[in-house]
Design a protein around this ligand. Structure first.
Ligand code: 5GP
Ligand code: ZN
Length: 115
């Protein structure tokens, strides 16, 4: 495991339980333990990257796979065409887990701007 102190690395390694909704070669999606919408799924790369700021050109296939997973989960969860995708970068923006993750949110009306 890349980082045993990282909760999402532990979930990827199956060392910590999570409600997994999609499991692919490079990508895992599981329900947020503290959902803020009827559908709240975290889509993460299995590789430990601290945030979007760590993404470089070489990660293009990985990012494509993440977004494809988002679309597949949205379809499966019945929120295709009506969801929000969020990735917080840094504590000031609300990031609490330093393992890149996309919040897939849906199932209720969203307001803008976000808090
Ligand atoms: P962030 O605040 O970093 O953008 O989002 C982290 C998200 O991960 C939060 O919404 C939080 O509820 C969720 N979370 C943190 N630890 C765990 C965990 O161990 N399991 C699951 N399923 N979700 C977690
Ligand atoms: Zn990690």
């Amino acid at each position: 495991m890349k980082d045993p102190s990282c909760p999402f690395c532990r979930i990827v390694a199956k060392d910590q339980p999570a409600e997994v909704v999609l499991d692919r070669d490079q990508v895992l999606a599981f329900r947020d333990r503290n959902p803020v919408a009827p559908v709240h799924v975290l889509v993460v790369p299995k590789e430990h990257l601290p945030s979007l700021e760590a993404v470089a050109e070489r990660h293009a296939p990985l990012l494509g796979g993440l977004v494809e997973a988002v679309n597949d989960v949205a379809q499966a969860e019945g929120i295709a065409g009506a969801f929000r995708l969020v990735s917080n970068v840094g504590a000031e923006a609300g990031q609490s887990v330093r393992h890149l993750h996309l919040h897939l949110l849906g199932g209720r009306r969203m307001s803008w701007p976000p808090g």
